[in-house]
Design a protein around this ligand. Structure first.
Ligand code: HEC
Length: 158
C-alpha cells in the first residue's frame, strides 16, 4: 500500500513540475511567436524600406510638391503666418514671439532656413512659441512639400 502511495506522490510531483515549468515556457514561446507574427503582419522591415525610398524623392523640390505645399500653407498656416506669408495672420496680434514673416530676408530665425530645419520645425513645432507641431496632422510628404514651398518665399529662398 505504502509503495503505491509513494508512487502516486511522485506522479503528482512530476505533474506539478511539468505544469510549473511548462506553463511559463509555453507563454514565453507564444509571446515570441506572437511578436514574429505581428512583425510579419505589419511588415515593420518592409515599411521602413519604403519610407527611406520615398524620403529621397521628397527631399527634392519640384514644381508639383511646391504647389502642394502652397495649398497646404493656405489651409494650415495662414491663421498665424498670414495668407501672404508675411506673418500678419488674424491670430498674430496675440502671439509673442510673433509668427515668422517669410517675406523678410532680414528676419532673425530661431532655427536655420535649410529645408531640413524648416521640415523639423514644421514637424516638431518651436518650443516656447505658438508654433505648433504638425507631425500628427500632416504626413511626412506634406511637411516636406511645405518646407519646399517656404523655400521659394522671398525672405527664405534656397
Ligand atoms: C498658432 C499659430 C501658428 C500656426 C498655425 C503656424 N505657425 Fe509657424 N510659427 C508661429 C510662431 C509664433 C513662430 C515664431 C517662432 C519663433 O520665433 O521661433 C513660427 C515660426 C515658424 C517657422 C520658423 C521658425 C524659426 O526658425 O524661426 C516656420 C518654418 C514655420 N513657423 C512654419 C509653419 C508652417 C509651415 C505652418 C503650417 C503648417 C505654421 N508654421 C503654422 C506660429 C504658427
Amino acid at each position: 500500500m505504502d509503495s503505491i502511495k509513494n508512487q502516486r506522490t511522485a506522479e503528482y510531483l512530476i505533474l506539478a513540475l511539468i505544469i510549473g515549468i511548462g506553463t511559463p515556457v509555453c507563454v514565453l514561446w507564444g509571446n515570441l511567436d506572437g511578436q514574429r507574427l505581428a512583425d510579419k503582419a505589419y511588415g515593420v522591415k518592409a515599411e521602413s524600406k519604403v519610407a527611406v525610398k520615398s524620403n529621397a524623392d521628397m527631399l527634392v523640390a519640384t514644381p508639383e510638391n511646391i504647389a502642394k505645399g502652397q495649398t497646404l500653407f493656405q489651409t494650415n498656416c495662414t491663421a498665424c503666418h498670414g495668407e501672404h506669408a508675411d506673418g500678419k495672420g488674424p491670430a498674430a496680434v496675440a502671439l509673442v514671439p510673433p509668427p515668422r514673416d517669410f517675406t523678410d530676408a532680414n528676419a532673425k530665425w530661431t532655427r536655420s532656413r535649410t529645408p531640413e530645419d524648416i521640415f523639423k520645425t514644421v514637424s516638431e513645432g518651436s518650443p516656447g512659441t505658438a508654433m505648433p507641431p504638425f507631425s500628427a496632422s500632416l504626413s511626412e510628404e506634406e511637411r516636406w512639400s511645405l518646407a519646399h514651398y517656404i523655400g521659394t518665399l522671398p525672405g527664405v529662398k534656397h
